[in-house]
Design a protein. Structure first.
Length: 439
């Protein structure tokens, strides 16, 4: 534990090693800076640093043509199984694992999913054998997603399970299962494993997207409008919109949330509250147990409308409450102030008149906040700004550039060389939530 170069130098003095073996990491700016320091140290200490790939992300990629084929080939390579003979070269001094207190952190009070390789394998097995059945239907609601999604993201982010293992186990399950429903569901899941690297590749190719808009035409859109009161209310789960607040509070305790609800939280912050994605993204990154910079920053920008290429998706928190939590179970669980509010008012509690508030034991503006912004007015403002910008010639030009560099390829050809075929509309969750097709 400590500064990477200092720790390596100390180990080198104790053990005298000549090679450093590690995984390639597609990280954030700080881990890239660390890697550069380690590389410089290796150079000066004559250590050979060899980095191994661990995902489908390709370093030094010139363009996206053929990327999907290369991903497949990498994921199909044989797994390296540990034969049990791996031991430390020398008995090193092994200090006890640091405690939260010794790291200067306070107890987190969270209820997190189990960690470690054994738990990861159990989670994978239960998903491909049983839990995966309802995957496609379970994705959107935070209630069903809790069990119905794989929940493998923290394991992939920490490396307690490799993406190659998950891919290969899934392919075998699809091939071997006699259940057509399960095979169909698992194929949907297998597609998402590709998205994992598709998004990480964007950060690998353009590290600046952690800080800057993909489409620079969006610069200045939100930078000067940051309202700290809105930001704090959003972080605390006190916006007055029950579905937003329930999702935020649940995330803060469990460290996880399903895709649709993550997208809704960001859409609400970026469109309704007109907050810049960088600050809200940092806050979310600190909550997510599965924080993976390449996926995270690409998604933050996608859900904020700053990639220039994706369909703008603005979620109504009221509609999401009615669609994804029709019985109000999720809201009541995470926003106890609203526990006794009658179901017809639960998505819009500000519509209760004083007598209903009295019966529900919830005074609006006292026990639970009134909405911090007006839904319709905020959406109208955001739509006006976004569509006006998208129409400009500069936005169109930049969109073509972003698509060329980061867009997925339907075939081996770059997007401009493709002929588009009319397609039958797909079910919302079978379609790519990214708006750009992955093939
Ligand atoms: C604003 C925002 C931020 C996000 N940040 C992260 C993040 O930091 N780390 C992260 O792993 N995922 C992130 N996601 C994507 C997605 O929400 C999570 O991967 C998913 O909810 C994890 O749960 P699961 O493993 O049960 O997913 P499953 O649905 O079971 O999917 C299996 C795996 O596929 C990959 N995957 C699934 N959906 C996506 C997607 N849309 N894009 C890329 N990969 C995907 C993940 O590796 C996931 O673990 C983010 C989404 C949004 C909208």
């Amino acid at each position: 534990m400590g500064n990477a170069v200092a720790v390596l130098a100390q180990l080198q003095r104790e053990v005298g090693f000549t090679h450093l073996l590690s995984h390639e990491e597609t990280g954030a700016a700080w881990s890239y800076a660390r890697d550069r320091q380690v590389a410089a140290w290796c150079n000066s200490a004559r250590i050979q640093w060899q980095q191994f790939t661990q995902t489908g992300v390709i370093r030094g990629l010139r363009n996206r043509s053929g990327w999907a084929r290369r991903w497949q080939a990498r994921m199909d390579e044989p797994l390296h199984l540990l034969d049990g003979s791996f031991t430390a070269a020398l008995p090193l001094d092994q200090p006890a694992l640091p405690t939260l207190a010794s790291l200067g952190l306070s107890p987190h009070g969270k209820t997190l999913q189990a960690a470690g390789e054994r738990a990861a394998r159990r989670t994978l097995r239960s998903f491909v054998q049983m839990r995966g059945y309802g995957y496609r239907k379970a994705l959107s609601s935070p209630l069903s997603a809790e069990e119905g999604c794989s929940r493998l993201s923290p394991h992939l982010a920490f490396g307690t399970l490799s993406l190659r293992t998950v891919h290969q186990v899934t392919e075998v399950a699809i091939r071997d299962t006699p259940e057509r429903d399960l095979a169909y569901a698992l194929r949907g899941f297998a597609g998402r494993l590709r998205w994992h690297c598709h998004f990480m590749q964007k950060l690998e190719d353009e590290p600046g997207i952690e800080f800057c808009n993909f489409a620079r035409v969006c610069d200045g859109l939100r930078e000067d409008a940051f309202n700290n009161d809105y930001f704090e209310a959003w972080c605390a789960g006190r916006t007055g919109y029950p579905m937003v607040d329930a999702c935020m509070r649940s995330l803060r305790v469990t460290g996880w949330l399903n895709f649709r609800m993550r997208a809704m939280l960001v859409s609400f912050a970026s469109y309704h509250l007109w907050l810049h994605w960088r600050q809200t993204g940092l806050f979310l990154a600190r909550q997510f147990l599965d924080y993976e910079p390449g996926i995270h920053w690409s998604q933050m920008q996608m859900q904020s409308g700053t990639t220039g290429i994706n369909t703008l998706r603005m979620y109504s928190p009221t509609k999401q409450a009615l669609d994804q939590d029709p019985q109000g179970l999720f809201i009541r669980r995470w926003v106890p102030e609203l526990a006794k509010v009658p179901l017809p008012y639960l998505a819009e509690p500000w519509k209760m008149d004083p007598s209903v508030q009295h019966m529900a034991g919830c005074r609006m503006g006292v026990d639970y906040p009134l909405p911090i912004v007006d839904d319709k007015a905020a959406m109208a403002f955001a739509k006006g700004r976004m569509y006006e910008l998208r129409k400009t010639p500069q936005a169109r030009m930049e969109a073509a550039d972003v698509q060329e560099k980061h867009g997925s390829r339907k075939s081996g050809l770059p997007p401009s060389g493709r002929r588009r075929k009319a397609k039958a509309p797909r079910a919302p969750e079978a379609a790519s939530p990214q708006g750009d097709l992955f093939a």
